[in-house]
Design a protein around this ligand. Structure first.
Ligand SMILES: *Cc1c(COP(=O)(O)O)cnc(C)c1O
Length: 429
């Protein structure tokens, strides 16, 4: 399989090149040059298959030409060492819980797969690989933990100083070893810009091999489609399923749309956002107007210029009409997110995190005027946002053991200004 750049100014590359480069040389994002449909027999049997079996079939479909079957099987099974259960909340609304991995957020799936694939492709390389990642919270922890102690790889995590929760911060600043954490004096968008600039910087690229682990990397994007098949497989009624995704950089939902393209019979997708509503506005008006992000209590979705937007428009041949046929999108302010967490707990006994609350609300809204049932992605465990959630529900949220382990660690970071020069100086020293 070849992968093309969404900017179309460089020739298509192999899987290995796409994964090690991260961003294409013309600043575009890589996409598979074709999507093969999985056979009907797969979807007929899916209800009786395990997460690992489903994921392996989906992985074969994407990577089967490039990775020998035994190696791929090992990569997939080693990545998915945890459950992704579907929980019923109401007769029509289900939560697909993506928070049972090591850092308790959905990004564990893509980050673990990518770390293993990168190590697989570079196992004979002589030069160290430097993974650069900008995070608004959960990416940093998932990537840092996914790569921690992987030989031949160094990780640099850039995050906006003072804008991630204490627990999120602990998950990537206490590891040490091959993981360096950089506190940037700016917003998430600054961190993302600095990473993009670093990839285009000649001096830095001559001095070291760089790659990205943000959701722009294909090796994180494609494996995220695995759990859409698995979510569908667990739905009791498969006749009219819709799927709702709380979205920031739109990598997660993009993977769901790719699953649909390969035959997953999900009827419609819903993208929920916080007040950073560039995408809902695009759906409404057809105009895409990126802007600076605003801080919210669903901070992993504080994105003003979603990087995967170009992949979605590419997937739909740049047709606004085609996009609207498959995706609806709604935005919610913090007060609504708070209310939703309180209400869903009181009424159904289910504790949402702020991002999942956006997913629940957007799905409920869509289903109020459409038939069918749906699941939303519960993207993180509520204990990752303890302060916010405890203040909303007025009672303590117990810390799961996986998170307690991190909070005991000692924070080690370097503070830098939000400029490429500062980043270069650090990396080259
Ligand atoms: C990253 C993240 C999101 C947003 O996912 P995208 O793929 O960037 O759209 C939502 N919720 C949580 C908890 C996250 O960490």
């Amino acid at each position: 399989m070849k992968y093309y750049s969404t900017n179309g100014k460089v020739p298509p590359v192999t899987l290995r090149e796409a994964v090690t480069q991260g961003l294409a040389g013309d600043n575009g994002l890589f996409m598979p040059e074709r999507f093969d449909r999985l056979p009907d027999s797969f979807f007929d049997a899916i209800g009786g298959m395990s997460l690992q079996e489903i994921s392996l079939a989906a992985a074969q479909n994407f990577f089967g030409e490039d990775i020998p079957a035994d190696d791929l099987r090992h990569l997939v099974y080693d990545t998915l060492q945890f459950e992704i259960p579907l929980r019923r909340i109401t007769d029509r609304i289900y939560a697909l819980e993506l928070f049972h991995g090591p850092t308790m957020a959905f990004k564990d799936v893509g980050a673990r797969f990518m770390a293993r694939l990168l190590a697989y492709f570079t196992r004979d390389a002589h030069r160290e690989i430097n993974v650069l990642v900008a995070t608004s919270g959960d990416t940093g922890s998932a990537v840092a933990n996914g790569f921690h102690n992987v030989p031949g790889i160094k990780v640099f995590v850039l995050y906006p100083k003072g804008r991630v929760s204490a627990i999120q911060e602990k998950q990537f600043t206490t590891l040490g070893g091959n993981v360096s954490a950089l506190e940037v004096e700016g917003a998430f968008d600054d961190c993302q810009r600095m990473v993009k600039e670093a990839f285009l910087d000649r001096e830095l690229n001559e001095a070291m091999t760089l790659t990205s682990a943000n959701s722009i990397n294909l090796a994180r994007l494609l494996p995220q489609s695995f759990y859409y098949y698995h979510g569908y497989a667990q739905m009791p009624d498969k006749s009219e399923v819709v799927c709702c995704v709380p979205s920031g950089n739109f990598g997660n939902i993009c993977a769901g749309l790719i699953a649909k393209r390969t035959g997953l019979p999900v009827r419609h997708f819903i993208a929920g956002t916080n007040v950073n509503d560039v995408f809902p506005e695009y759906i409404r008006t057809g105009l895409y107007k990126p802007r600076a992000s605003v801080a919210t209590i669903a901070n992993a979705m504080d994105v003003g210029n979603p990087s995967n937007f170009v992949r979605i428009t590419d997937l739909y041949g740049h047709s606004h009409e085609a996009i609207c046929q498959d995706i609806s999108s709604y935005a919610y302010r913090d007060s609504t997110i708070r209310e939703t967490i309180r209400e869903v707990k009181a009424r159904y006994g289910y504790l949402l995190d702020p991002h999942g609350a956006v997913g629940f609300k957007a799905l409920e809204h869509y289903l109020s005027s459409h038939d069918g049932t749906g699941f939303f992605i519960e993207t993180a465990h509520p204990a990752k946002f303890t302060d916010t959630v405890e203040e909303i529900i007025g009672e303590p949220v117990p810390l799961p053991p996986a998170l307690a382990r991190f909070s005991a660690g000692r924070k080690q970071t370097t503070v830098i200004p939000a400029t490429l020069d500062a980043l270069k100086q650090y990396m080259l020293s």
